[in-house]
Design a protein around this ligand. Structure first.
Ligand code: SF4
Length: 456
């Protein structure tokens, strides 16, 4: 446990202790699962693939299918070309996907395997059946799982987008590294507003597919290859979350001249308002009553629970796009973000958070490429009323006895996140309920008998 974490903060440059991130290929694997009929392929040793699959399985509570090049000593010395050829051949014969999405790992990155050449050679040698595809991305050493996700989204555009020369009445929406439930909610909002769109990647009905009693290697969800092809004919791309989605949107603009706009993840009232406003402007349609009613309900909850939320100090850790939107949401509820960190590097994270907190808490500690160890030290020195982070924050919450809300990736010890969204007005309501719940649990636990209330 973390009871021995020292209070004294020592400046560190290179060392990370309990990093608030995981490695790039996990994000690339997750993005690949958002293509219908796709088998992600990890080009490296079995251990990496096993770790990435199990991490995703533990978060989504669903079996995650992925293949591996199974490097041994020979591949580490001579390169993994032969392994990849063998893998491609086996995968199409045994598992018959429509597409294989290859991502490298540290080992194959270090060797410097030239994946496009290896794939071209495999195609020339007849190892890739007609009509089947192999795409790839190099997650590289930089960044985090969010970077890996972003790189695979960019590769989807680079390999799969086409332009027919005729524009279609549709948008592209990149939902970011969010839950299947969030992607489902984004699609529901698009339908309600009457905005035809290609959402990609889309893991809804892949990692939250209903139990039917039958095993289906490729569930019905995921963006289809036919839909992906048309993304070059769309009117515009909305990239939700700069860190996860902007690069792919940029690539679409470069490749097919589809203009793009970057929006924050629609988490919380204001960010969802901006998403809806963008859709209204692009379609010329007014939001239906069901959407404005959802908004009204979220606003009502925020007002009703003000007495419990106002002035509460909160620490937020997680992926940059999530943390940016969450920080704005906390401010809109009168809470005071005091420590805000992400494990993913990037100056624009700190700039954006500082802009959000300028009038609320300019002295807040904000850091990118940060770790849980330092966050714990800050909390030890000046406690907060609430911690919001992925599952790894539970050690800090336990050591410091802080109310804790699980949010983001990964959540390894609770369920529900892949079924109930946190995006949109409906997702905002869920977050208010969760946050208020843990704060009221704390009050119930700490109140003396004379102020212990039945009705709160
Ligand atoms: S070796 Fe690299 S790719 Fe494999 S699990 Fe470790 S950090 Fe991830």
């Amino acid at each position: 446990m973390l009871d021995q974490t020292p209070k004294k903060v020592v400046e560190r440059e290179a060392l990370r202790i309990n990093p608030a991130k995981t490695c790039q290929p996990i994000g690339a694997m997750y993005a690949s699962l958002g293509i219908h009929g796709c088998l992600p392929h990890s080009h490296g040793s079995q251990g990496c693939c096993a770790y990435h699959r199990s991490h995703l399985t533990r978060h989504y509570k669903e079996p995650v299918m992925a293949a591996t090049s199974s490097f041994t000593e020979g591949a580490a010395v001579f390169g993994g070309g032969a392994n990849l050829r063998q893998a491609v051949n086996n995968i199409f014969h045994v598992y018959n996907p429509d597409i294989i999405a290859v991502h490298t790992t540290c080992l194959s990155e270090t060797i410097g395997d030239d994946i496009p050449s290896l794939v071209n050679q495999a195609r020339d040698d007849g190892l890739i059946p007609a009509g089947k595809l192999v795409i790839h991305t190099n997650p590289s050493y930089e960044g985090s799982h969010v970077t890996g996700f972003s790189n695979m989204c960019r590769s989807m555009v680079s390999y799969l987008t086409e332009s027919s020369g005729e524009k279609k009445n549709q948008l592209n929406v990149l939902p970011g590294f969010v839950e299947p439930s969030d992607m489902r909610e984004i699609k529901r909002i698009l339908r309600k507003i009457g905005a035809p769109a290609v959402v990609f990647p889309d893991t809804s009905d892949v990692l939250d597919a209903p139990q039917t009693g039958k095993f289906n290697m490729y569930p019905k969800g995921g963006v289809t290859l036919a839909a992906m092809k048309t993304t070059g004919d769309s009117q515009k791309t909305l990239a939700l979350g700069a860190f996860a989605s902007e690069d792919a949107a940029k690539m679409l603009q470069t490749k097919a001249e589809v203009p793009y706009e970057v929006l924050d993840l629609p988490i919380g009232l204001a960010a969802t308002d901006r998403f809806i406003e963008a859709l209204v402007e692009l379609t010329g349609n007014e939001p239906p009553a069901s959407i404005t009613d959802d908004r009204g309900r979220l606003l009502d909850m925020m007002l009703d629970y003000q007495q419990y939320l106002y002035g509460k100090k909160v620490a937020i850790a997680g992926d940059p796009d999530h943390v940016i939107a969450m920080t704005e949401f906390m401010v809109s509820m009168g809470m005071i973000p005091t420590y805000v960190i992400t494990g993913t590097p990037g100056k624009k994270f700190t700039l954006k958070i500082k802009a959000i907190l300028r009038d609320v808490n300019p002295k807040a500690k904000v850091k990118a490429a940060a770790d849980f160890f330092e966050l714990h030290q800050w909390i030890k020195n000046e406690p907060v009323d609430l911690l919001i982070s992925n599952t790894y924050g539970k050690y800090i919450a336990r050591a410091e006895d802080v109310p804790f809300v699980r949010f983001g990736f990964p959540i390894l010890d609770r369920t529900g996140h892949s079924y109930f969204p946190t995006v949109g007005y409906v997702g905002g309501m869920r977050l208010v309920e969760k946050i208020t719940g843990v704060l009221l649990d704390r009050k119930d636990r700490d109140d003396p008998d004379e102020t212990f209330e039945l009705v709160m």
